[in-house]
Design a protein around this ligand. Structure first.
Ligand code: DGL
Length: 275
């Protein structure tokens, strides 16, 4: 069987915050990143649409020879992952694997929270799916999960307005709305891979005692553990420390903005998704 790269997917740039941590933790593998920028944001779209878009991207990764694809997008993990794992994988390629970012985060979040009262800031789609509440209470049945949709944050970030006064306004609005749900919240999760760009502004709006978590490191550690437990998949990953980047929209735009998320310069190529 041929070996191939790890595929990392997001609706746009956000997944790069996760990829950055993954390549740091596991530098030896080859990686392909795909941002579906032409159709971002996903966070306000229906289940059917997010599922269809995500499936098209997963098929593209499989055509590139990726044995393993990480949906580094909470919205896609919430709305498409289960159907892809349970229904599509067996037709597409039963030996390949598709993983998300919600389960690995839910698995460890109780280790961070003393009160087991956890706040989740996420897209409207992720919040509506209830995925975080379902997954966190599977691992920590005593936990209370409070969620707040932040529909203005991804557009602000994708349009490079996350340092602006407009961002201050919308950060305060959503953080206050979350904190109003309970005064016992001691841990707040950024449940969208775009949000680490607002980390500083969000932290400023939180009481000092409340800790703020991003997912990148958590997902990277979970992937390292997964690969140790699944040598059959690990053996099929190509190891040449290559990173390639693709976008469904403008390469010039992608290369201009991606560095902010990835922390290093990025040179991408365009992909036209045709099935
Ligand atoms: N970065 C994606 C996530 O983690 C969502 C961005 C979008 O709305 O497209 O949920």
């Amino acid at each position: 069987m041929h070996s191939g790269p790890i595929g990392i997917f997001d609706s746009g740039y956000g997944g790069l915050t996760v990829m950055k941590e993954i390549v740091q933790q596991l530098p030896q593998y080859n990686y392909i990143y795909l941002g579906d920028n032409a159709r971002a944001p996903y966070g306000t779209r229906s289940f059917e649409t997010v599922y269809r878009y995500t499936l098209e991207c997963v098929e593209w990764f499989f055509k590139q020879g990726c044995p393993l694809v990480i949906l580094a997008c909470n919205t896609a993990s919430a709305k498409a992952l289960r159907s892809i794992q349970q229904n599509d994988l067996q037709h597409l390629n039963p030996n390949n694997r598709v993983l998300g970012v919600i389960r690995p985060t839910a698995e460890v979040i109780g280790q961070y929270s003393q009160t087991k009262n956890v706040g989740v800031l996420a897209t409207a789609g992720t919040v509506q799916s209830g995925s975080y509440e379902i997954e966190i209470t599977k691992f920590y049945p005593e936990a209370n999960v409070y969620q707040q949709a932040c529909p203005m944050w991804v557009p602000l970030i994708e349009n490079n307005e996350h340092e602006s006064a407009g961002a201050d306004y919308f950060v305060k609005e959503y953080v206050d709305a979350l904190l109003q749900q309970s005064n016992k919240i001691d841990t707040v999760l950024l449940g969208c891979t775009h949000y680490p760009l607002l980390h500083k502004k969000i932290k400023e709006q939180l009481p000092d005692a409340v800790q703020l978590l991003s997912q990148g490191k958590i997902v990277a550690e979970s992937l390292a553990d997964y690969l140790q437990r699944h040598p059959g998949i690990e053996e099929r990953l190509s190891k040449g420390a290559e990173r390639r980047f693709f976008t469904t929209d403008s390469v010039a735009d992608f290369d201009k903005h991606a560095g902010l998320f990835y922390g290093a310069e990025v040179h991408s190529a365009h992909v036209e998704l045709v099935n």
